[in-house]
Design a protein around this ligand. Structure first.
Ligand code: NI
Length: 210
């Protein structure tokens, strides 16, 4: 059995070495994409192995201005999709994002933006949407769009929303609770998953916007 024995030992060793090499190469490539200096040591953000291109989109801000891919370039962007009638997740999340915002230094806020996108354009009029988001922070951007645009964009970002019929013709909207992270090149790089911790998210963003 010496043959089998040797083979049995050699194979796992080679496999482990190859795996280690691949992991090292992958890490190196991953770091390269974020550029020098060394990647930040993030506490709360979950980063994708590689940034993902965001397909072209056309939304409309509550103030009437367009919101497109171009707006997600030049700064880090936090994006959250929800609706103003949301009883819990949206107000909680926007409240947390407000805390994050206030924890950052003004110079860091200049390298960051926070966008709230309504997936309930039927009920969220520009006036209502603008007022709702401004209640949390006048610095946050509120926007919405057609269902076609919203469906395409949320899917591309790995998010979901679905209208759920209620009583008396009323309805609610189930939606993903992640806050997504867009890099200054306008690419999807990661997300923050609930439970959201303002302190840890602010610490991450302080590093990214340094
Ligand atoms: Ni919500």
């Amino acid at each position: 059995m010496p043959r089998r024995h040797n083979l049995g030992r050699a194979l796992p060793t080679a496999t482990i070495l190859l795996a280690a090499l691949a992991a090292g190469l992958g890490l190196w490539l991953g770091l390269g994409r974020f550029g020098a200096p060394a990647p930040p040591n993030l506490q709360a953000a979950l980063l994708y192995p590689a940034p993902r291109t965001v397909p072209e989109f056309h939304l409309t801000r509550a103030d009437g201005a367009p919101l497109t891919n171009a707006d997600w370039q030049g700064r880090w962007t936090l994006v959250f999709f929800g609706f103003t009638h949301c009883p819990d997740v949206c107000p909680t999340t926007l409240g947390t994002l407000k805390q994050v915002w206030t924890r950052l230094a003004p110079a860091q806020r200049e390298r960051l933006r926070v966008d709230f996108v309504s997936v309930d354009p039927q009920r969220d009029t520009p006036e209502q949407l603008g007022r709702y988001v401004a209640f949390f922070s006048p610095d946050f951007v509120a926007a919405t769009g057609s269902d076609t645009e919203l469906t395409a964009l949320t899917r591309a970002l790995g998010l979901l929303y679905v209208r759920v019929p209620g009583e008396n013709g009323d309805y609610s909207v189930d939606h993903s609770a992640q806050v997504i992270l867009i890099d200054p090149q306008g690419r999807l790089v990661g997300l923050f998953r609930p439970p959201l911790d303002a302190g840890r998210i602010a610490a991450d963003l302080a590093q990214l916007t340094r």
